[in-house]
Design a protein around this ligand. Structure first.
Ligand SMILES: Cc1cc2nc3c(=O)[nH]c(=O)nc-3n(C[C@H](O)[C@H](O)[C@H](O)COP(=O)(O)OP(=O)(O)OC[C@H]3O[C@@H](n4cnc5c(N)ncnc54)[C@H](O)[C@@H]3O)c2cc1C
Length: 279
């Protein structure tokens, strides 16, 4: 069973890039915590789920944070702009600064600090840089073994790869055409995988499960939408419910932003009138 996970993506940046950290495991996290001591300002490269979670945590503990990201609004790949903007506003209130539709072009050491030059020419000084621009499935071993690999190691719902004696699970795997780098699909797959390994081929019963985004300032849960469709959004005070309807008009994803709406998560899952998708 291949369970080689995913590796952080490193984007090309000029200059002193040795101090660009990413957090993908406990050792990375320990190092980041160590480097964080006595630092005042952290720049997060990446306006996605992990960048926003770190921004919330760091700002809530008194660190000044600037998020640099390519999107027009926070978490643009997972939620519609209206919700992204609302999340940005909430994080701005606790001190997070945003440099969106932008990236880091170069980094230069200036004593104990770093000078960043952004793609649009803006400059800023920072103490520490955290890169959270995404993960890429670790498929090196599978590729060298000649297994079929697209984005991840290709498997069916039974998690069997193109070699019937080899299975793949977790962030390294693309299961039935979908790459879902989250904990839930792993847990849901385990009973079927155990059966298959014991000689009783079984497809995993993968259920639609929302991803909980840990931004306590404004909690968010997302059932990622796949394919073409449109968002329909309802807002009430500081709560936003966004429903994603696919081309056939079926509810196929949602995003719930706000504290109270989190209590309705399971009702929204029940509302999904679709073939179970993995998320
Ligand atoms: C900062 C962060 C926050 C996250 N938050 C959430 C969250 O809130 N909810 C959620 O559902 N998911 C979250 N995730 C994703 C979740 O952590 C992953 O989906 C999950 O860890 C994947 O498990 P895995 O076993 O496939 O891979 P990993 O946990 O990455 O483990 C893979 C292991 O394989 C080892 N390995 C790789 N290649 C080889 C080799 N050739 N030989 C031997 N060993 C090898 C690696 O060293 C690693 O230890 C988060 C991820 C990150 C980075």
């Amino acid at each position: 069973v291949l369970a080689t996970g995913a590796n952080p993506i490193n984007i090309p940046i000029d200059g002193d890039t040795a101090q660009v950290h990413s957090v993908n495991d406990l050792a990375d996290y320990r190092l980041f915590r160590e480097k964080l001591k006595d630092k005042q300002h952290v720049t997060i490269l990446g306006d996605g789920l992990i960048g926003c979670e770190f921004a919330n945590d760091l700002a809530a503990h008194g660190t000044q944070v600037t998020v640099v990201g390519l999107g027009q609004s926070a978490m643009g790949r997972l939620i519609p702009p209206q919700l992204g903007q609302a999340l940005q506003n909430a994080l701005t209130e606790i001190g997070v600064e945003w440099k969106l539709q932008n990236s880091i072009r170069s980094i230069y050491a200036r004593g104990d600090r770093y000078q960043l030059i952004l793609q649009d020419g803006q400059q800023l000084e920072t103490d520490l840089i955290l890169s959270a621009v995404g993960l890429r499935p670790n498929t090196a071993l599978a590729q060298s073994a000649g297994l079929e690999v697209k984005h991840g190691i290709c498997t069916g719902l039974d998690h069997r790869t193109s070699d019937p004696a080899i299975f793949a699970l977790g962030d390294c795997a693309e299961v039935d055409g979908i790459w879902a780098p989250y904990i839930n699909p792993i847990n849901q797959a385990l009973p079927a995988l155990a059966n298959s390994l014991l000689g009783k081929p079984t497809d995993a019963a993968l259920k639609a499960t929302p991803v909980l985004v840990k931004t306590p300032i404004l909690p968010l849960s997302v059932l990622p939408a796949v394919g073409a469709g449109e968002w329909r959004i309802e807002q009430s005070d500081d709560e936003w419910a966004a429903a994603f309807y696919d081309a056939a008009g079926k509810l196929s994803g949602f995003a719930l932003l706000g504290k109270q709406l989190q209590h309705q998560r399971s009702q929204w899952v029940d509302k999904l009138n679709i073939t179970p998708a993995i998320v």
